[in-house]
Each structure stands twice: as C-alpha cells, then as structure tokens.
Design a protein around this ligand. Structure first.
Ligand code: F6P
Length: 322
C-alpha cells in the first residue's frame, strides 16, 4: 500500500472530518501517500483528486460537515461512471480507497470492488445509525444530542401553553434517532418506520396523559408509515379538535454542528483502523466497533439492517410516559 484515496459520500455526518484526519495522519505515520477524493464518487469519476497533508487536516477534528465534500453520486450507479472511476484509480495509482458513508456508499463500493477489484474499506458515517456491523455510526450521537437539545427547548414553550408538539426527526428508513431521542426527552409517543402506527392508539395514549401533563411531545421519524409530522397533526386534529398542537420539522439542523466527544473518538479509532485494514490487504468490508472491539464486516452484510434497533425502548416509553 503506497498510495490511498479517502472520500466522504452520501449525507454528511458530524465526525466525518475527525475520520478524515485520522486516515490522513495514520497514512503519514505509515509512510503511505494519501489523496482526498472530492465530492464522494463524483470526484473519483471526474478525477477531482488532490494530495492531503498533515496541515490540511489540522484544526478540523471539531468541525461538522466534511472538508472534502460529499455527494449522492448518480454517475457511480452507472457502468460508464464506474469505468471512468476505475480509470482514475489507475491514473492516480491509488492502491486502495477509504470510503466514509452509509448504505448507498457501501452498496456502490461493493459493486465497484466486484467489477474492478479495487481495494476499499468503509467507515460508517451517517446520522441514521442504520448499518449492521457497528454499535454506533459516526454522527449518530451528535445528531441525537442535537435533537434532545432542540426538543428540550420546544418543551419549554409547549408547557407554557399546555400544547401538544409533534416533532419530526430524520430517518427515512430507520427509527434510531426517533427512538433514542424520544427516550432522552421523555416523549409521550414515538413513531418509527419499524413498527406500524395506529392513530386510534396514539389518541388513546395522549388522552390518558392529558389531565396530568403540562405539555406533550410526539416524536415522528420522517419515514414512519403515518406519513410525517404534518400528516399526524392533521389526523389528530380530526379526532381530537380540542388539542392545541404545533409541528416542528427539525430537518438538516440534525446533520450539522460540532461532533460530540463520543463521535470524535469513534471517528479517530475507525479512521486509524481503516488504514490498518487496507495495509493488511483487507478489502470490501466496513470497520466497526462492537462492544469496544474493532470489527470488520463485509459490505453486503452491513447495508439496510435495522435489526439492532432496541424495540424494548418502545415498551419503556409506554411505562415512563404514563
Ligand atoms: O442519510 C442521512 C439522512 O440525513 C437521512 O436521515 C435523511 O432521510 C436523508 O439523509 C436526507 O438526505 P438529503 O440531505 O440528501 O435530502
């Protein structure tokens, strides 16, 4: 391994910069040249690939976003795009790639590896936490804390007006953010894509608490089958017109901000381990940390798994919000 490239792809996540820093500094320590591939797989297709030095990654560990930018590359999902990408791998003489991202990133990496035998090691970077093969993905903890901080503020105003506040959080396919932030803010109900939502049951639950609570919070994952926070609010309004309710969509605020200490440590360990893995000729797998141990899981096993979601937390909400 003489030269490797690093890219960030898909939705950015707080802590990606800390991971880039760890990749670059580990490469320098191991006498490996390291290149930044700009805007994810688009940069690989277009040859937007530049050397990274120790100085380039100085003072970035605390910054959100990604200094080498990201994209959801449509081109990389075409055979023609991947051919161009491979030509650039050859042109820049990259012996391996560290790909930081989520489901889409690793699905693309898996196909690319099978077609062209390019060595790729993944680092899980997504606020959604929806990857098998690691307890936490980079960015998830920061996003959770962002949601908790925002909902705490919403609760101040909600309780001043005896209101019901319906808060939509990110998670198209996965309820990790909704479930864990919901527990963290003491939500009255949590609606996630992994379980069906019945508005009748929600009404019953809210009615039970109405007399003894100064405010109520419902957390809705964007991918819940009820159809999002506005839809839930409309249906509730029909069934219980006496509720004074408001909707907040937290949106992309959840993806920004300075990474938490936990995400910085996770990213530093994973960045270091990804370079070690490439140096040991490991490929087509994702670095993870399970029970404090570094693990490597093949890409195809990592993607689209919500199995690790702790549904018992939903039962806990039922008890604690009563
Ligand atoms: O994958 C992370 C994520 O933030 C999801 O939770 C969300 O559904 C999606 O990205 C939004 O993506 P975009 O910024 O491309 O609209």
């Amino acid at each position: 391994m003489k030269k490797i490239g690093v890219l960030t792809s898909g939705g950015d996540a707080p802590g990606m910069n800390a991971a880039i820093r760890a990749v670059v500094r580990t490469c320098i320590f191991k006498n490996i040249e390291v290149y930044g591939i700009c805007e994810g797989y688009n940069g690989l297709i277009e040859g937007n690939i530049n050397p990274l030095t120790s100085k380039d990654v100085s003072n970035i560990i605390q910054r959100g976003g990604t200094i080498i930018k990201s994209s959801r590359s449509q081109g990389f999902f075409t055979a023609e795009g991947r051919k161009k990408a491979f030509q650039n791998v050859q042109k820049f003489e990259l012996d391996g790639i560290v790909a930081i991202g989520g489901n889409g990133t690793f699905t693309g990496a898996n196909i690319f590896n099978q077609e062209y035998d390019v060595s790729i090691v993944g680092i899980p970077g997504t606020i959604d936490n929806d990857l098998f093969g690691t307890d936490n993905t980079i960015g998830y903890d920061t996003a959770l804390n962002t949601v908790v901080e925002a909902v705490d503020k919403i609760k101040d105003t909600a309780s001043s007006h005896n209101r019901l506040c319906i808060v939509e959080v990110m998670g198209k396919d996965a309820g990790f953010i909704a479930l864990n932030s919901g527990i963290g803010v003491g939500a009255d109900a949590i609606l996630i894509p992994e379980t069906p939502t019945y508005i009748d049951q929600l009404v019953e639950k809210l009615d039970n608490g109405r007399d003894h609570k100064s405010s109520m919070i419902v957390i809705v994952a964007e991918g819940d089958d009820a159809g999002g926070a506005y839809q839930v609010a409309n249906e509730l309004k029909e069934q219980c017109p006496n509720y004074d309710s408001r909707v907040t969509i937290l949106g992309h605020v959840q993806r920004g901000g300075s990474p938490s200490a936990l995400d910085r440590v996770l990213a530093s360990q994973m960045g270091h381990s990804a370079v070690n893995a490439l140096a040991e000729n490991k490929t087509n797998l994702m670095v993870g940390i399970i029970d404090k141990q570094i693990t490597y899981t093949p890409f195809e096993k990592c993607v689209k798994h919500n199995d690790k979601l702790n549904k018992k937390l939903l039962d806990l909400t039922e008890i604690l919000s009563y």
